[in-house]
Design a protein around this ligand. Structure first.
Ligand SMILES: *[C@@H]1O[C@H](CO)[C@@H](O)[C@H](O)[C@H]1NC(C)=O
Ligand SMILES: *[C@@H]1O[C@H](CO)[C@@H](O)[C@H](O)[C@H]1NC(C)=O
Ligand SMILES: *[C@@H]1O[C@H](CO)[C@@H](O)[C@H](O)[C@H]1NC(C)=O
Ligand SMILES: *[C@@H]1O[C@H](CO)[C@@H](O)[C@H](O)[C@H]1NC(C)=O
Ligand SMILES: *[C@@H]1O[C@H](CO)[C@@H](O)[C@H](O)[C@H]1NC(C)=O
Length: 319
């Protein structure tokens, strides 16, 4: 009997505690304040959450000055991914906003500490071109048709090769371990082959695990469906370069209260100083905080990236 009970507790019990924040896309832009701070030379990204984000953003306090597109006013975090484009209309790149972007916070009952102030992270392999690249980065990017079965041969991070009956869904799991005295050190739990305890590397603590669940509705855009590779590309390349970024901007009280969301079966609202219980959509109207710089256009972003590469080459020529 005993082993069964232990198994149930470990696998299906408290591990499911979670909350969700849905956020509307408010901006497409060629910036990445985590990976390429201070430059308008990133590939295109799709932004959800606090509209205070600019190329320079590095703190939670900066994000809290914004208007959030998240459905919880307590969540002023910013979330972004490479923009998904429809490429089936000649040479045009048509950006596709998710129909629904959800930030899940999971395994909250396992968390030892709240997500730290100023915590920022990117997961995925932005240079990935194959499933092996995704696996090597230790990440778990997935693309699939929601609710449809896929051939066993389909690679997890490949786009589906047949039309989705409903949504194209994309999943990215974030790090759930962080070193509280150096928040640049973070990783996934359970990869250390340790026999017990919290399964984070020494010096790191469990935090609620962020997971992106992004649903794209392609039924109008690709109305005749597809067979084989779909007419889609990410701003960084193929489906295998999928990645996600996060900068914590949660209300400080809400961050601590998040640790109380340990219901085993239901998701719970995260109460904070800006909101208690559920709330409606934000009414402030999020916009680009830096509208005169950078671009929301795919081809212009590519030109701006090329300018960077040429500048680098010139530097090495003169060096
Ligand atoms: C970003 O930082 C640079 C350097 O400090 C500054 O010149 C620029 O105005 C800032 N841009 C924005 C949008 O904050
Ligand atoms: C924090 O961690 C990063 C990444 O491991 C490292 O580069 C940096 O030197 C560390 N900072 C301190 C103050 O130890
Ligand atoms: C969350 O739990 C802490 C104690 O761990 C308590 O002080 C706080 O009031 C709780 N918050 C809510 C919203 O229940
Ligand atoms: C937040 O407050 C609501 C009541 O308004 C309560 O039902 C819910 O359990 C609280 N959430 C947490 C995580 O304590
Ligand atoms: C962005 O544009 C504004 C004008 O709206 C300008 O003042 C600012 O310096 C620009 N920032 C950068 C980094 O070029």
């Amino acid at each position: 009997m005993l082993p069964t009970i232990l198994l149930l507790t470990g696998a299906a019990g408290v591990a499911n505690a979670y909350t969700i924040v849905a956020g509307q896309t408010f901006m497409f832009k060629n910036i990445d304040p985590v990976v390429m701070p201070g430059e308008y030379k990133s590939h295109m990204h799709t932004f959800m959450g606090s509209d205070a984000v600019t190329l320079n953003t590095s703190t939670s306090a900066e994000l809290r000055k914004g208007c959030t597109s998240a459905q919880s006013l307590n969540d002023q975090s910013v979330y972004w991914t490479p923009t998904l484009y429809y490429t089936g209309a000649g040479s045009d790149y048509t950006p596709l906003a998710p129909e629904r972007f959800s930030a899940y916070y999971e395994n909250i009952a396992e968390a030892e500490i709240a997500i730290p102030e100023d915590y920022k992270v990117v997961v995925g392999n932005a240079a990935g071109t194959t499933q092996a690249d995704v696996d090597a980065a230790g990440t778990t990017a997935e693309w699939f048709c929601e609710g449809d079965s896929a051939p066993a041969s389909k690679e997890a991070a490949a786009f589906p090769t047949t039309t989705c009956s409903t949504h194209l869904q994309h999943i990215l799991r974030f790090h759930d371990c962080v070193n509280p005295s150096n928040i640049s050190e973070h990783s996934y739990s359970g990869r250390q082959n340790l026999p017990n305890t919290n399964r984070c590397p020494t010096g790191q603590s469990r935090i609620p695990q962020l997971r992106f669940s992004i649903r794209y509705d392609l039924r109008k855009t690709i109305s005749s469906g597809w067979s084989g590779a779909p007419p889609l590309t990410l701003a960084c390349g193929s489906s295998f370069c999928a990645h996600g970024d996060f900068i914590n901007g949660w209300d400080k009280t809400a961050l601590v209260n998040m640790l109380n969301a340990t219901s085993k079966t239901e998701y719970m609202y995260i109460n904070g100083t800006l909101q208690t219980g559920s709330g409606g959509d934000p009414t402030c109207g999020p916009t680009d905080a830096d509208p005169n710089n950078g671009t929301n256009d795919y081809l212009k972003s590519v030109a701006m990236m090329a300018a960077k590469r040429m500048a680098k080459r010139a530097m090495s020529f003169f060096a």
